[in-house]
Each structure stands twice: as C-alpha cells, then as structure tokens.
Design a protein around this ligand. Structure first.
Ligand SMILES: [Zn+2]
Ligand SMILES: [Zn+2]
Length: 380
C-alpha cells in the first residue's frame, strides 16, 4: 500500500510499504478515506522529536472498515468509523476511568500512552496511508451516522483536534458566562474557541500572529488579537477590565515563537499566567515534550521551560495539562456535528490526494498563508 513515510528532518515521501493487516483477533483494518496533517506532525517533520525514521505518520483518521478480526464483536465490514488518535484497550485502570490517552495496555514501557504514527507513543503505524490497523477495534472505533459522506470533513476532526480543543476548555474549567483567552489560532485553538462557544462562554479571545488564522478566529465569533507586535497580554487585559480572562488555554506548544520569529518555549505559558485572572484555570494541550534534541539551549533540550511559578502561585491559578482522552468526548461531539450544532470543517483549507502529501507538509510547515488545515483523501 501507499503511505507517507518519515525519512528524517523535512524529508517525507509517499512510498510503497507493507499492507496494514490483522495482527490480533481484536483488530480491524480500515481503508482510510480522510486523514489529516496535524500541527503536531510538524514537530516530527522538523526533526524536533525522537520519532524513528521509517515511521508512517498520521493520527487523525477516518475510513471504512475493510477487514475484521475474529474477536471483534460490534464493528462490521463497511462501517464508517473515526479513530481516536490515542489508542486505548478499554479495560486497564486508566481506560476504566476514561483516561484513554494514558492506556496502560497499549503504551510501551517508559511512555505515557499510545497513538498512531507518533513520537514516543508506541510502535503503531499511522493513517496517512491507504489502510490502517486498528487495535481493540470494538473500543476504539467510533461509529459514524448515515450522513458521513456529506459530513466526512467534520467527523474526521473527532479523531483529535475537536476533542483536544474541547479538552483544553475542560482543563481550564470553563463555565457558562466565562470569558476565555486562547493562545494559538491553529486548528486546536480554533476548536477550543468553538468548544467554548458551545459551552456558553461570554467572550472568547484568541491570540495569534497569522492573518489567515486570525480571520478564522473572527469567523467562529471570537475576538481575534494580533500579537505580531508582542502586546497580546495588554490587549487581553484591556478586554477584561484589567483582571484577565476567567480562564485560558494553551494551543501552541514548545515551538512557540515571539513576534520576531524567535522560538521562546515559555512565552505562551507565561503570557497565560499574566492574562488569566487570579484563581483562574489554565488548560494546556499544546505539545510539550520531555526531549527536544534539536533545541537551541540545554534547558530546552531537556524539555524544560522557565515558568513564572511565583506569579502563578500568588494568583492561585490552576493548571491542567496533557493530551486529550478522545474517547471521553468524541461520542457527544459527533452528536453535535450530526445535529448541525458544530461544524469543525470550517477550518479546512486544503483537500488533497495522498500523493501530494509531501508538498502539503512543506507548505503547512512554512505556515504559507492560507494553509490552515490540510486533509488528505487516500481513497480518492
Ligand atoms: Zn493531531
Ligand atoms: Zn487501557
């Protein structure tokens, strides 16, 4: 089959690789019809992770079930399913509590969870490919309704960015009537904005520097703050009576850049402490990694940042971190899409066949204006 393979820094190509197949009776194989390129794929693309050369990337996957293992009960050939990017077993101590991003069965020793085609998340191949092996299929496959063909670009966002955006707002503890500030108007930040709107936020403020992304923030009804002059915190405070927003989200991660284009890994975290009110909650879903071999200084190489802990403490703020437990949210978010109350595909800018994936990575990585979210159609 054809798949997008990582060969090294900024070197990916669509190659012929061995077909995905049933390895355990609890597996299914899915023919991928839509798979996204994610902002977190770019950390790997840029050589800023420990992902192995030869890995097939792609953790945002949707498709049609092609083959079913003998022990699979509810998933049938022909079903359209969306796969959570994190792989859970359904029966370990963490999965039982809904913490499927931290599955103890699927994670390898020394890693905190499992995912398709992702650095440090186990040996699972990704779905930027014609076919994908799905372990523990009864648990992991989210069944999609009969309008899947017309809303496929919406439902595919259930694999990661919509639940991740939602998770950010839950970690931040948003309540109806709250104001919220979100750093990052990339796909996840925008999904956090949509999630905040659905949960009754009185004001959604989204900070970024890219005009195309800021335009999308406005399109979802947020106040878009352009940080290209570096004064985002002042602007947020001016919009929140000088107190800061009730809560905030981080949707950028460790490769965040200041308004001069320099990487400053602690920038969004410290700006959040400043622009969220005392006692407010902060949800951090942007990716931070324990190792960044290509970082420019010793601290960053170890995944450490200089965090304004004193200000954070004196303000009595709370922080929640980590990847989204997709299974905790995806069923209800699917129902919001089906009911026409959420339309996450609003952010899609490019829909391409798989064989254009390598060029798409380059354009997306260059933050080329207008490349806000790329989806690939391997079956087209
Ligand atoms: Zn993703
Ligand atoms: Zn588990």
């Amino acid at each position: 089959m054809k798949a997008l393979v990582y060969h090294g820094t900024k070197d990916v190509s669509v190659d012929s690789v061995p077909d995905a197949k049933i390895e355990k009776p609890t597996d299914v194989v899915v023919k991928i019809t839509t798979t996204n390129i994610c902002g977190s794929d770019l950390h790997m693309y840029e050589g800023r992770t420990t992902v192995a050369k030869g890995t097939v990337l792609g953790h945002e996957n949707l498709g049609r079930v092609e083959e079913v293992g003998n022990a699979v009960d509810t998933v049938k050939v022909g079903d359209y399913v969306c796969l959570p990017f994190n792989i859970g077993c359904g029966f370990c101590a963490n999965c039982e509590r809904g913490l499927t991003g931290f599955c103890l069965t699927c994670a390898e020793p020394g890693s905190a969870g499992a995912a398709y085609g992702f650095a440090g998340m186990g040996p699972y191949s990704g779905g930027q490919a014609e076919y994908l092996r799905v372990p523990y299929a009864d648990f992991n496959c989210l069944q999609l309704p009969s309008d899947v063909k017309e809303k496929e670009n919406d439902y595919v966002m259930l694999s990661d960015i919509f639940p991740t955006g939602w998770h950010a707002t839950r970690l931040a503890g948003i309540k109806p009537g709250d104001s919220i500030v979100i750093y990052g108007a990339g796909p996840v930040g925008l999904m956090a904005g949509i999630s905040a709107n659905i949960q009754g936020a009185s004001k959604v403020i989204i900070v970024d520097q890219h005009p195309d992304r800021l335009k999308l923030a406005e399109k979802i009804g947020a106040v878009a703050i352009d940080d290209s002059t570096g004064d985002a915190v002042e602007k947020v405070l001016a919009l929140t009576e000088g107190l800061g927003a009730d809560c905030g989200c981080e949707a950028v991660g460790y490769q965040c850049q200041d308004h001069h284009g320099h990487e400053v890994p602690n920038l969004t975290m410290n700006n959040l402490v400043k622009s969220v009110k005392a006692t407010g909650g902060i949800g951090v879903v942007g990716v931070f990694l324990p190792k960044d071999p290509e970082a420019s200084n010793a601290m960053a190489k170890k995944g450490q940042i200089a965090f304004d802990f004193g200000s954070f403490w004196i303000k009595g703020q709370k922080i929640g971190t980590g990847q989204a437990n997709v299974k905790a949210y995806n069923r209800k978010l699917r129902d919001l899409i089906a009911a026409g109350k959420a339309k996450p595909s609003i952010i899609v800018s490019h829909e391409l066949p798989l064989d254009q994936a390598a060029a798409a990575y380059k354009n997306f990585d260059d933050r080329k204006n207008g490349w806000t979210k790329v989806i690939l159609k391997p079956a087209a």
